[in-house]
Ligand binder design. Structure first.
Ligand code: SF4
Ligand code: SF4
Length: 472
């Protein structure tokens, strides 16, 4: 299918996404205005991060990208936010400028360097838990630098297009994506042997299935339904996904888009009055649903948010489900957003211990777990991903790439990822596990890719699929 055969509203979203992309230009007045706007909104916590780093470098070894190059250490990256902060918001910085390293980007190359640094951070939080002063460099990189570079035009086309498609809710108008959803739902119905309980009001559990869940781990989507069905609880799911992977805007630093998407998601869920919302995605979707949504709404949502790992442990403890225990040599990889950032580290381990006597922890686990190197949008930045998404959308892959400069950036990012992921693969190797269970599409993709790259023969499975296959 040619792009022109796509529905007009999809073409409009693609056009809107593309209009935000500019990998060549530099508009100083626009960049200055963006810096003033972004720094004008920093809160007390971000101020602490900006003001109180002593440069001890205790955070450096924790960072997955520090091994790629010292210039990618947490402080080296976050310092660029401090340069701008000093120049924009401190009297001494305004007066003494370069003497205090107080400066703002003044040419295209500066933006090129900043966008590279933004995509050498997965927002994994490892620097934060290793800093004696509790400084979260990731929050400065992704919270201040990412919106600056994205809004100044240095945004990967793929992300700009999917952000627009999610916000404008046109992703289901792409025929191949709609087909994926319908196929997964048909398979689920077959697995359960009965019609799926779509959009039921007042259910105890609302299974939040996003399109990305159905695309990247259909077995987990079906597995979660089998778990809920087996437990005999009152559950429901959306007839159509509410979002692609909400909120994509947050990954590229488009705060307004993230808030708009989350408000819509919440409104659609609250209409059905479920008691609990069960999330499959242990990447940024979970902390956004659980911690950011109340900030967006200015109140708590009317339901409790549970990750599927939390639900399974609850059902096991209540005796609502039972597992056939095997001796499978299996381990758990903590997705950084679910584990380090949201504190869900014990539940997956408890459930996996119940599923296999061969369960073993990774040498680095829980809050000290090694990041897979693919978060923060890095996992989407490969030529294979661009080609795959272009094929699904029915457009030429050149439409999802602005030109040679962006291509070079993507290739360099992939090269950096291939170094960053090694630490994780070595950790898995040391554990002796043959199956890595996790719960984030990016972690799955990154660990699978890293294992292939470094010749480690393992399977990577989503938690819901692994548990469903062991239901008694
Ligand atoms: S959040 Fe993670 S990737 Fe980003 S700077 Fe900190 S340790 Fe490095
Ligand atoms: S550990 Fe904390 S204080 Fe030390 S360099 Fe890193 S961010 Fe700065």
């Amino acid at each position: 299918m040619m792009a022109t055969q796509l529905p007009p509203k999809v073409l409009e979203a693609i056009k809107e996404g593309l209009s935000k992309v500019d990998w060549e230009g530099f508009d100083k007045s626009k960049v200055d205005a963006l810096i003033a706007e972004i720094l004008g909104k920093v809160d007390a916590v971000q101020l602490h991060y900006l003001e109180n780093c002593v440069g001890c470098a205790a955070c450096a070894p924790a960072c997955p990208y520090y091994v790629v190059g010292e210039e990618y250490g947490p402080v080296e990256k976050a310092e660029h936010a401090r340069h701008m902060y000093r120049k924009e918001a401190t009297i001494l910085g305004k007066l003494l400028g370069p003497l205090l390293n107080a400066k703002k980007p003044s040419k295209a190359e500066h933006l090129d360097m900043l966008v590279e640094l933004v995509y050498r951070c997965t927002n994994c939080g490892a620097c934060y838990v290793n800093c004696p002063f509790g400084i979260d460099s990731g929050a400065l990189i992704k919270g201040l630098l990412a919106p600056l570079v994205s809004r100044a035009g240095r945004i990967p086309v793929l992300m700009a297009v999917f952000e627009a498609a999610e916000r404008k809710r046109v992703f289901m108008d792409i025929p191949a994506l709609r087909q994926i959803w319908q196929d997964v739902m048909a398979k689920a119905e077959q697995a359960l042997g009965k019609p799926l309980p779509y959009d039921k009001e007042g259910a105890d559990y609302y299974l939040m299935v996003n399109l990305a869940d159905a695309m990247f781990y259909p077995g987990a989507v079906i597995g979660a339904m089998r778990i809920l069905d087996k437990a005999g609880v009152n559950w429901t799911l959306p007839k159509e996904p509410l979002a692609f992977r909400p909120p994509i805007g947050a990954v590229v630093g488009f705060g307004d888009s993230a808030r708009e998407v989350m408000s819509f998601v919440n409104e659609s869920i609250e209409k059905l009055r479920p008691k609990n919302v069960v999330v499959l995605d242990g990447g940024f979707v979970y902390p956004w649903m659980r911690f950011q949504l109340p900030k967006v709404l200015g109140r708590r949502p009317s339901y409790k948010v549970l990750h599927i790992t939390e639900l399974v442990v609850q059902l096991l403890r209540e005796g609502r489900i039972k597992l056939r225990r095997t001796d499978d040599p299996v381990t758990w990889h903590d997705p950084c957003q679910l584990g380090r950032r949201a504190g869900v580290t014990k539940e997956p381990v408890e459930a996996l211990r119940a599923a296999s006597s061969g369960f073993r922890l990774l040498p680095h686990h829980g809050a000290e777990s090694y990041c897979c190197g693919g978060g923060g949008g890095i996992g989407c930045l490969s030529m294979q991903m661009i080609e795959m998404m272009a094929k699904l959308m029915g457009v030429d892959s050149s439409m999802l790439l602005s030109g040679e400069k962006e291509k070079e950036f993507i290739l360099k990012t992939q090269e950096a990822w291939s170094i960053a992921v090694k630490r994780k693969i070595d950790d898995v190797k040391k554990s002796g596990a043959k199956t890595v269970v996790t719960a984030c599409p990016v972690c799955m993709h990154s660990i699978e890719g890293g294992a292939k790259l470094y010749g480690l023969d393992i399977k990577v499975v989503h938690f819901a699929e692994y548990i469903a296959e062991r239901l008694e």
